[in-house]
Design a protein around this ligand. Sequence first.
Ligand code: C2E
Ligand code: CA
Ligand code: CA
Ligand code: CA
Length: 279
Amino acid sequence: TKQAGRNGFQLYCADMNERSMRQLKLENRLRIALSEQAFTLHYQPKIDIQRGEMIGVEALLRWQDPELGSIPPDEFIPLAEELGLIGDIGVWVINQACRQCRHWLDEGNRELKISINVSPQQLLRRDLTADISQALQQASIPARLLDLEITESCLIEDADAVADTLHQLRDQGASISMDDFGTGYSSLSLLKRIPLDNLKIDRSFVDGIGQDKNDAELVSTIILMAHNLGLKVIAEGVETPQQLDYLASLNCDQVQGYYFSKPQPATEIPALQHRDQWR
Ligand code: C2E
Ligand code: CA
Ligand code: CA
Ligand code: CA
């Protein structure tokens, strides 16, 4: 405070270590990133295990700052949420993903479903339904090509309101996936209250397959439970053939991970899509 006077101020300055300086810089750059067109989307293939076919992609945000270099989303997404910037960034992501989807179709490629990550704030503080229908309309693509990845954390505050929005989106034709399943706080009873199509098993459990017996058991239990609830299961972070074999043996529906492909720039996706055998 002001009363702390000169000494207090000097103390504060001395405390401003490199980390908080970088944090401040990050904040300032992030505030202008949208207007400076510093964002791009990369796309990671999703593979249907049974068909051995790429059936969709997940859009993942990339930020390249001219001064700070490339900043990973795990660092800037939480910051964007904190600063209240995620709403506008989210709208950009939705529009960009829909435009890209249209572009691939115009090039004559097969239809690909596109998954978009949605932050809790987008579900709770914005008219997400309106944002999405506008984007779909402008790009002229059907809602069935859109999948929304939500996390358990969006159910903590107002699960009923979120459920309403998700019902609307689903009525339009989009599908809904629960991301990072198993890492949040939501209960199974909450899961039952929202409309869901897919459940994504978190990478941390997939990592343990072949190493940690408990993880393998958990994965098996999650797949059984999800199927019993009528959901499709997608495993993220698949890196080895052993993990794939185990997941296939449990009738996991889809897989995604470095074993198949890292997230790629949009221009790389058609060639991957035309590859005929993924397994
Ligand atoms: P996520 O939604 O769980 O995305 C999966 C993350 O795992 C991505 O990291 C992806 O590149 C990475 N990944 C995929 N396969 C593998 C693998 O086999 N091994 C390993 N080690 N990693 C793998 P990324 O792109 O750094 O994104 C991190 C997180 O940032 C995302 O986690 C998501 O929560 C958030 N995020 C990314 N883009 C957006 C966005 O457009 N909007 C929002 N709200 N969040 C986003
Ligand atoms: Ca995701
Ligand atoms: Ca995830
Ligand atoms: Ca994650």
